[in-house]
Design a binder for this molecule. Structure first.
Ligand SMILES: [Mg+2]
Length: 295
């Protein structure tokens, strides 16, 4: 048999080999990128200059107002104190929330996004015990300034009592003011009536101190009974319009909070799909949402 007889077969083989060697767009490379409800929120907190600027803005404003509040003995930031009355001669205090107000837990949130996981008390407590939360920009300078001015700094947090030692360690590692001989970290359920609603803890502080400023990332850091509808929360916010930026300072938290709970009727146990559906139902695509200025 002559070689020419096999020429077409050899040619076909060469073409086939060449085709195999030619790079082609792969259809099975990286896994598809996962979407996540909190991706943008966590990244905004962790990377944006705007997040840091907003936090610093809140704390700078609080620093300016602290001097004004100290000079005016009729000044109080707590509605609970107004109800009690007779506070003018009490020593001054400020109340700060902890999570996303003085400590940044976005690493925990980033892990949830990375693993497609949802918040659980177990994973949260484990994170808190790592004591790796970092200060929110501006928080340290403000609390230290307040401390220097003789103002008691109270941390009113919905962290549980069992993680108070870890919380204390995390705060003191960054030199947040905390006296060794007095409990200034008031945790949830530390006392029988200290529920998730912080009103009873504000009342407790109001009994011994004039509460001049309050800072938090959640409506509940300022007001009681905030687990109501989106519209009712907007109404409460307007009702106390003169407090924002004078007695009350809000830190941004797009990652979680009662604002998020309001969207799902505070039914945290429903499925993720149901949560997403309820959130989509809250999107305003027609302009029929009551705007904040309409309140
Ligand atoms: Mg908080």
């Amino acid at each position: 048999m002559s070689a020419t007889r096999y020429a077409p077969v050899l040619l076909a083989l060469l073409v086939l080999l060449g085709a195999c060697a030619t790079p082609r767009p792969s259809t099975d490379t990286a896994p598809a990128l996962r979407t996540n409800e909190n991706l943008n929120s966590v990244l905004w907190t962790q990377t944006s200059a705007e997040y840091a600027a907003t936090a610093i803005q809140a704390y700078q404003g609080a620093t300016v107002m602290l001097d004004r509040a100290l000079a005016d003995s009729t000044w109080t930031a707590a509605l609970e104190q107004l109800e009690q009355g007779d506070y003018h001669d009490l020593p001054p205090a400020v109340i700060l929330d902890v999570d996303e107000t003085v400590l940044d837990n976005s690493i925990y949130q980033a892990r949830l996004v990375q693993h497609g996981a949802e918040f659980s008390r177990g994973s949260w407590q484990a994170w808190v015990r790592e004591e790796k939360a970092t200060p929110v920009p501006g928080a340290l300078a403000f609390t230290q300034y307040a401390d220097e001015r003789g103002v008691a700094v109270f941390y009113v947090t919905n962290r549980r009592h069992e993680v108070e030692p870890a919380t204390r360690n995390n705060l003191t590692a960054y030199d947040f003011p905390l006296p060794a001989d007095e409990d200034r970290i008031l945790t949830r359920a530390e006392q029988p009536d200290w529920t998730g609603d912080k009103g009873t803890r504000r009342t407790a502080v109001a009994g011994t101190h004039r509460i001049v400023l309050m800072l938090g990332d959640n409506l509940g850091d300022f007001l009681s009974e905030v687990e109501v509808s989106v519209a009712e929360r907007a109404e409460m916010t307007q009702q106390y319009a003169e407090y924002w930026g004078t007695r009350w300072f809000v830190l941004p938290n797009p990652q979680y909070g009662s604002w998020d709970g309001a969207l799902i009727d505070y039914e945290y146990g429903v499925s993720r799909t149901e949560k997403l559906q309820r959130k989509y139902d809250h999107l305003d695509t027609e302009g029929d949402r009551q705007t904040h200025d309409d309140q």
